[in-house]
Design a protein around this ligand. Structure first.
Ligand code: GLU
Length: 309
């Protein structure tokens, strides 16, 4: 599987949690998968707090998350990056894209887009291109969108394989800066990964369908792509993606952290030996670094284990 990967030395991976609540099993799987994948290659592993959307940030969540990572023996390289401190950088890059004629202001409301785009797309309604040739309507506050091509884009994922998307047809020109002035995740994540030299993106499969948008942004910015590894979804009780809604059993604490790490190794198909089930976090991570094989990671989502609290 890895044969067609480019030589990435040194590997730079990252874990990029959004501080919108306590760490749950799905985030632990993303932290572990990205950590082992980077460390297995003797690479660097960065932590970036994605506090891009202040209204969604839970005060204290980022600090609690970092304390928990530390308690579980994860060692990150360099300073933790906070998106909330990088708005000026996002503004610069957005301006650069705009000067290249790749963006346009859009005054459509969500309701108008839904009305003119009845088919749901990859991420909400497909933008029908209303303002592509100039803003329609009188509103002053405007989102900034990226013009996307009507062509098939092919993305390669090291776990899930190829993904083909036509951005115009499946997503539409997407938002880089929202009407409220906040920068969009798609823009920030690409700029941050480029600026920190990330060449390996390991994260949950819920973001797989965002990848073509990000790949297109790399193309617009003329930057080399990272390798992508999307990890299987952790399913909640109703077989949907796990989120904070699914009860305390999936929340990670200092007390259940070691047990959760063992389960996360198992979840990633790595078959940790049973004897390691009671081992210290540092020992579990060293075993993981030594044995991690992305070939063993399955694509099918699985339920979260029931963790003691
Ligand atoms: N912040 C995103 C999340 O917590 C992850 C973004 C990424 O890994 O690209 O789901």
């Amino acid at each position: 599987m890895s044969s067609h990967l480019q030589d990435r030395s040194p590997t730079v991976g990252r874990f990029a949690p959004s501080p919108t609540g306590p760490l749950h099993f799905g985030s632990l799987v993303a932290a572990l998968g990205s950590y082992l994948s980077a460390k297995k290659n003797r690479g660097r592993w960065l932590v970036r707090i994605e506090d891009l959307d202040p209204p969604r940030v839970v005060p204290g969540a980022a600090a609690a998350l970092l304390r928990l990572l530390e308690a579980l023996a994860f060692e990150w390289d360099g300073e933790v990056i906070y998106q909330s401190r990088r708005f000026e950088r996002y503004r610069q890059v957005l301006q650069q894209l705009s000067e290249q004629g790749l963006t346009f202001p859009c005054s459509c409301s969500r309701r108008e887009i839904i009305a003119s785009a009845p088919q749901p797309g990859e991420d909400g309604p497909i933008y029908p291109g209303t303002c592509r040739r100039g803003p329609v309507g009188q509103r002053r506050e405007r989102a900034i969108r990226l013009r996307v091509p009507d062509e098939e884009l092919l993305c390669q994922d090291q776990i899930f394989g190829p993904l083909r998307q036509n951005l115009r047809r499946d997503v539409g020109d997407f938002v880089l800066r929202r009407t409220d002035g906040l920068y969009a995740y798609q823009l920030a994540v690409v700029i941050d990964d480029i600026d920190s030299g990330v060449n390996q993106v390991v994260r949950g499969a819920d973001l797989f369908s965002s990848t073509p948008r990000q790949v297109f942004l790399y193309r617009c910015l003329q930057q080399p792509l990272p390798d992508y590894f999307h990890l299987p979804l952790v399913l909640g009780v109703d077989a949907k993606k796990l989120s904070k809604r699914y009860g305390p059993s999936a929340l990670i604490t200092v007390q259940n952290g070691r047990q959760a790490l063992w389960w996360a190794l198992e979840f990633l198909g790595q078959q940790p030996p049973q004897e390691l089930a009671g081992a210290a976090a540092a020992e579990l991570l060293s075993w993981g670094i030594e044995h991690f094989s992305p070939d063993l990671v399955q694509t099918a989502g699985q339920p979260a284990p029931v963790l003691s609290n």
